[in-house]
Design a protein around this ligand. Structure first.
Ligand code: ATP
Length: 139
């Protein structure tokens, strides 16, 4: 890749680095909507939705990473993603995500029945993490 027109992307979580590569295009879903980041993009700081990050590779395919929310910071052609949890598509344990989804759905039903708004909100976020992992692994 031409050194002048690439960006470096690092995805870090509390468990360490999950992904480290270079690219000409990274697509992220921020809480304000989807953005594409190319080399020499203006500096940026944004919060991430529970969604996927797509990193375009030289062969035009994409690396896909499921992220469970966090922040992105872009400056000096380096995109740093700080996520509470993140998994590369190949690292997603589908049966674990399906079990997590079922547990979250059960907790949502219980929280709705008991009227517990805090439990309901937690279960909804847990469900979104599980569904996101299943979506990314199904692409
Ligand atoms: P679970 O209920 O299965 O633990 P969770 O959504 O509560 O899922 P998180 O708290 O988001 O899990 O993540 C805890 C750790 O487990 C993180 O390191 C995350 O990357 C990893 N992880 C969670 N679910 C999966 C999965 N389906 N496949 C691979 N790694 C996972």
């Amino acid at each position: 890749m031409d050194e002048k027109s690439v960006l470096t992307i690092n995805v870090v979580t509390p468990d360490g680095s999950v992904y480290d590569s270079t690219s000409h295009l990274v697509i992220c879903k921020t809480t304000d909507g989807e953005i594409g980041i190319m080399p020499n993009h203006v500096p940026l700081l944004a919060s991430l939705a529970i969604d996927e990050i797509r990193v375009k590779k030289e062969d035009e395919s994409y690396d896909e990473i499921a992220v469970s929310g966090g922040f992105i910071e872009f400056s000096n052609n380096t995109l740093t993603v700080v996520a509470s949890a993140a998994e590369r598509k190949e690292g997603i344990d589908v049966s674990r995500a399906m079990r997590s989804k079922q547990r979250a759905e059960q907790r949502i039903r219980e929280a709705e029945d008991s009227g517990n708004d805090i439990d309901l909100r937690r279960a909804e976020i847990s469900l979104r993490r599980a569904v996101n992992r299943l979506n990314v692994s199904n692409h």
